[in-house]
Design a protein around this ligand. Structure first.
Ligand code: IPD
Ligand code: CA
Length: 268
């Protein structure tokens, strides 16, 4: 089984678990602030993904969102060390936990494989719509096995773009600043509540672009490689190449990337 096939299999398994557990009661806690929520299902899903990855690839490294929170102070070192790691799996067991808690569709499982700081394979699974987005470097991008491609729209004024509202107050303020600059120039804006889902939708041509401040590698890694393989572009909001350490993302169909960056620059 290839890396991407393994990522897809595990994303489907975790997706089935979170979908099934949605109908019951579960515990919800806050993490870094009152805006930042986690459920016991996030942790359960992460355990399942970790065990499955280690079973398939006992020698590979893993970084999971929930496990990383237990050692917040060590995260920066782990990320900079990632540039030297040949196989590092980066896992978001539920991306869009706020949607999950409110039983709003629009949450995903996101699994990426990084090699020396760059994502080389990714799977994003939306269990409520049974949509699995995937890619492996050099092999194209797919939705439920069928090839996908970014949209050809080349004007921001004809573009549907998307963003999110981070739990960190400073990052959220940065999004508010940029909303003005982008909102004046695009057709409309969506905020669907899962960064990974936004990125998958850019890859599939449903959205022209996505930007957000203060994200982490588990929100973006899989989506970035899927967009690249679908013919799009992902950089940081300053236009620098994407890496494991990127926090502020600008991702697009490529054709409107410079317009997006120009307006983000103005907002900065
Ligand atoms: C969040 C989602 C959301 C984004 C937040 C992320 P989580 O991830 O991707 O769309 O706006 O910034 O933190 O916490 O649900 O995994
Ligand atoms: Ca999460």
């Amino acid at each position: 089984m290839s890396y991407v096939e393994t990522a897809c299999r595990i994303a489907r398994e975790a997706g089935a678990l979170i979908k099934e557990r949605l109908s019951g009661e579960f515990e919800v806690e806050t993490k870094s602030s009152e805006f930042d929520v986690v459920t016991e299902i996030d942790k359960e899903s992460e355990r399942l993904i970790r065990e499955s990855i280690l079973k398939a690839y006992p020698g590979h490294a893993i970084l999971g969102e929930e496990e990383s929170f237990l050692d917040k102070d060590g995260l920066a070192d782990r990320l900079s060390g990632g540039a030297a790691i040949p196989y590092l799996w980066v896992v978001d067991p539920i991306d869009g936990t706020s949607n999950y808690v409110k039983r709003i569709p629009g949450f995903t499982v996101s699994i990426a494989l990084f090699s020396y700081g760059q994502p080389i394979c990714g799977a994003i699974y939306d269990p409520m719509r049974d949509e699995l987005f995937s890619a492996e470097k050099g092999g194209g991008a797919f939705l439920n096995g069928a090839p996908i491609r970014v949209s050809a729209t080349d004007r921001l004024a004809a573009s549907v773009v998307s963003t999110g509202f981070p739990s960190n107050r400073d990052m959220r303020a940065a999004v508010f600043e940029s909303l003005q600059a982008i909102g004046e120039g695009c057709r409309t804006i969506r905020a669907l509540g899962s960064a990974a889902l936004h990125l998958a939708y850019v890859a599939a041509g449903k959205l022209e672009a996505f930007w957000e401040y203060g994200l982490n590698c588990w929100d973006m890694g899989a989506g970035v490689v899927i967009i690249q393989e679908a013919g799009g572009r992902a950089t940081d909001t300053g236009g620098q190449p994407y890496s494991l350490q990127t926090r502020h993302i600008a991702a697009s169909n490529g054709a409107i990337h410079d317009s997006l960056l120009g307006r983000l620059h103005r907002a900065d």
